[in-house]
Ligand binder design. Sequence first.
Ligand code: NAD
Ligand code: DAU
Length: 336
Amino acid sequence: MKKALVTGGAGFIGSFFVKVWLKEDSRISIVNLDKLTYSGDLSRLSELQGNSRHSFIKGDICDPKTVRKAMQGCDGVVHLAAESHVDRSLLDAKAFFDSNVYGTYVLLEEARRAGVERFVLVSTDEVYGSRSGKGYFKEKDILNPSSPYSVSKAAADLLALSYVGTHHLPVLVTRGANTYGPYQYPEKVIPLFTTNALTGQKLPLYGDGRQIRNWLYVEDHCRGILHALKKGKTGEVYNISSKTELENIDLTKKLLKILDKPENLIHHVTDRLGHDRRYAIDSSKLRSLGWSEKAKFDTAFRDTLLWYCRNEKWWKAIKEKQEGFTKFYKKAYAGR
Ligand code: NAD
Ligand code: DAU
């Protein structure tokens, strides 16, 4: 592949993905299409200024003309653009179905027209739903998503796979676990709790805090997507996860310990509606193709927190705007 379209490349994972790919593959050129919604941010890409192998287009994946133009001359697509926050989908799901489902449909149609040689859809472990007990979901397990966000991702995921049989489009899907690292929008739990702790605010832990998530470092997730793109097969799905599973309460205590902040900042609040108890996927299929995570959780987690300590300017500006959403969310669910 010589030239690829990456969607959502100004987002948290997308911006790392673009940087990782350009670094690992000296022959690739990337067209980066992103609408710059509230969570998109060009400062994540500042180190690429002047890089002739990267070009940025501000545009919406729901607009066929924009997508057609952006895809011109591309032989592959890696699709990450999406509305990504579960809590927002509980308040207003429309944008999730517009961008995540209709936007994916537009991309698939344009990729078909362009005759690309590879289309990677970046999906999520949330499409399997909650897994009780100790087992892990494998790629062939049925999907059982439970929030408007995860339903929109599952719809996109299955729609993309349907294009293999119906239109012979060379699609493959990755389903990644909870991802953490620098530059994550401070509405997701790790950057939210870190920045709250640094500013002396409470950490709103949902319900009993015993929900379990698997934590995957952002560069490992991106290398996983790239590995699937290069070694994976058309029509196949690849789970990407690490070996670190933690209850939210334990994650929160670790975070406070590293930041040297007291545990009384933890504030148990009303649970998220339909809160999935545990996400757990088996990534042995991708591992059998030679991928493995490089990050050690304790080191990468500490480095991530230190990054937020050193980059106050970045998140403080966002948090001032974000304040409105947090208040709105609290009000909408107060007294349930
Ligand atoms: P993010 O919210 O940080 O980034 C999403 C990006 O998509 C933003 O830059 C936004 O501007 C862009 N975007 C949204 N709607 C668009 C549209 N209609 N047209 C063009 N651009 C649009 O999200 P993220 O955490 O980086 O997630 C990226 C992808 O990875 C998503 O598809 C998400 O479902 C998936 N994923 C995320 C995680 C995680 O833990 N964050 C885990 C597994 C999978
Ligand atoms: O699993 C992959 C998914 O991970 C991605 O598909 C999503 O895009 C991404 O947002 C993430 O979803 P989660 O809902 O798991 O992430 P979030 O950071 O919102 O929450 C992680 C856990 O922390 C979850 O159990 C809810 C809890 N939480 C979250 C917030 C924001 C709290 O207890 N308090 C909070 O304020």
